[in-house]
Ligand binder design. Structure first.
Ligand code: ADP
Length: 269
């Protein structure tokens, strides 16, 4: 418990620091990116006709691309720090959020990674911010892609599950109740014991400079916790990684799924 408290203290102070810097920085970036794209667009027809201007156009294009990466990074910092507007919580179908992201996920994974979807036939509705759930899925896909440089398989699975006392006894911190379980597994490198212990820590990354922010999993943890859910990592070096998120099912209109296969499967974590 003490470790968990320390982790949340650290999340909060780092978050406040990050939010202040990211917010001002983002405004300046907007100006830089805006002028650079305008200049690149204006120069495009001239560069096509004049080889001397071609290098200049290529340089501007690089600036725009780097600006876009910087914008993505500050956006990640802001959402991590929760300086974003309050979450827009809605009753929604997790499967639909995933299905809508299909094209984007496939593009993010590249050609060497096979995407397998095993979506529950009768999902329970959940309450969450769809935009933030999309961010969870994209962060998970990007991490999985990075862990499978030689290709592999990413499996996205959803299932309605009921968490009972037996399960909570083995998983302290998880509350009993009905959840939609999101499980994302890859066949990548897996994590060492040291990485696994620190994976949720903000700014912890094993990636080379410029490639990782160390905010992907910390953001996921924040989003799922804010939605009243739980996040777990199961990973073995050489055998891949499975990240499981339990998202509370809504009370009223959720009707229990009686299919035994879709029911309780306590192998989480
Ligand atoms: P980043 O991806 O920017 O490094 P994250 O918080 O998303 O930040 O991840 C932290 C670290 O956890 C990564 O640097 C990597 O070592 C490890 N990690 C995350 N996801 C995976 C995965 N699917 N497979 C193996 N290692 C992973």
């Amino acid at each position: 418990l003490q470790r968990r408290l320390r982790q949340s203290d650290r999340l909060e102070s780092l978050g406040q620091l990050a939010a202040g810097v990211a917010h001002d920085f983002n405004n300046l970036l907007g100006i830089i990116n805006g002028y650079a794209s305008m200049a690149a667009a204006d120069l495009a027809p001239l560069a096509a006709a004049d080889p001397a201007l071609r290098t200049l156009h290529a340089d501007l294009t690089e600036i725009v691309a780097a600006g876009d990466r910087a914008t993505a990074l500050t956006r990640q910092l802001l959402s991590f720090a929760r300086a974003d507007p309050a979450p827009e919580t809605r009753t929604l179908d997790l499967n639909t959020v995933i299905a809508d992201l299909d094209t984007l996920l496939r593009r993010a994974l590249g050609e060497d990674v096979t995407l397998v979807m095993q979506l529950a036939p009768r999902p329970w509705p959940i309450r969450a911010d769809p935009g933030r759930l999309e961010q969870v899925l994209i962060n998970l896909a990007v991490n999985a892609r990075d862990a499978m440089p030689g290709g592999g398989t990413l499996t996205i699975e959803t299932a309605p599950v009921t968490v009972d006392e037996h399960y909570t006894a083995q998983h302290p911190g998880v509350h009993t109740g009905r959840y939609m379980r999101l499980r994302v597994s890859d066949t990548g490198t897996g994590m060492s014991k040291e990485t696994l212990e620190r994976a949720f820590e903000p700014f912890f990354t094993t990636k080379p400079k410029g490639h990782g922010t160390g905010l992907g999993l910390a953001t996921i943890y924040g989003i799922i916790t804010q939605a009243g859910g739980h996040t777990q990592i199961y990973s073995e070096p050489g055998h891949g990684t499975t990240i499981t998120a339990l998202l509370p099912a809504t009370g009223e209109d959720a009707e229990p799924d009686t299919t035994p296969a879709a029911q309780h499967r306590p192998g989480t974590g």
